[in-house]
Ligand binder design. Structure first.
Ligand SMILES: [Zn+2]
Length: 236
């Protein structure tokens, strides 16, 4: 337990280690810094999608979310948004939040110093240019937050947000049922759910598992009396 706390502290102090792997320190972050982990309003669940936008999959998510009457937050990669700016605009026009997931899907553990900060700034500028709105949120690829990334996020007035539950929707074997099963224990008030609207960094076509799980995820939240929507309605 003490080691976990120490790992989280080290990751968050600029004077300490350059990075810490998200998987190792997320449990401690959830306990010590619940807002960073995405712990929000008790009657609300935040729905977030990473890695897009992709013309093969993102429009299907937009259709499904419209059908469900549900808004979400899309953490986009600069390189994807740069290729598909019209799609990024469509996401924003549909009432969803567009947030920053970096430019390339780089793990801060292996990035040369300066790269994560530079790419975050470039992606944030592109989101603002494409959507007409300054982005509010930053989620690091793989959940790896370095001191450099924290400082850059502060400079760009981006609030870092991780997640409290994920659907493991990125694997080759993922199905709507497996995504639901994985998410189910985390479907509670205050949760921030992580799914992917794109297979750019995942098994080809794996986004279908997240898309297929959506109606039931939204339905279960609503049946439990919870509202489900973007981070802007979730975090205080
Ligand atoms: Zn990602």
């Amino acid at each position: 337990m003490r080691r976990r706390v120490a790992a989280a502290g080290a990751a968050l102090l600029p004077v300490a280690a350059h990075v810490a792997p998200g998987a190792a320190w997320l449990p401690a972050v959830r306990r010590l810094l619940p807002a960073l982990a995405g712990e929000g309003r008790p009657g609300h669940v935040a729905l977030t999608f990473d890695d897009g936008p992709d013309p093969r999959s993102t429009p299907l998510f937009l259709d499904e979310l419209a059908r469900l009457g549900c808004r979400a937050t899309f953490f986009m990669l600069g390189e994807m948004l740069d290729r598909h700016p019209g799609l990024g605009r469509s996401v924003a026009r549909a009432g969803h939040e567009v947030a920053v997931h970096g430019w390339h899907h780089v793990n801060a553990l292996v990035a040369r110093p300066g790269r994560v900060a530079a790419e975050m700034g470039r992606a944030a500028r592109l989101v603002a240019e494409v959507t007409g709105a300054r982005p509010a949120w930053y989620r690091p690829p793989y959940g790896v937050l370095s001191a450099e990334a924290l400082l850059a996020a502060w400079r760009h007035r981006l609030r870092p947000v991780l997640w409290t539950a994920w659907g493991e929707d990125w694997t080759r074997r993922a199905t709507p049922e497996s995504v639901l099963r994985t998410l189910a224990p985390g479907l509670r008030g205050g949760a921030t759910l992580l799914l992917h609207d794109c297979d750019h960094t995942s098994a080809p076509g794996s986004w279908r598992s997240a898309l297929g799980a959506l109606p039931e995820v939204v339905g279960r939240c609503r049946a439990a009396g919870l509202r489900i929507g973007p981070l802007g309605a979730h975090l205080l």
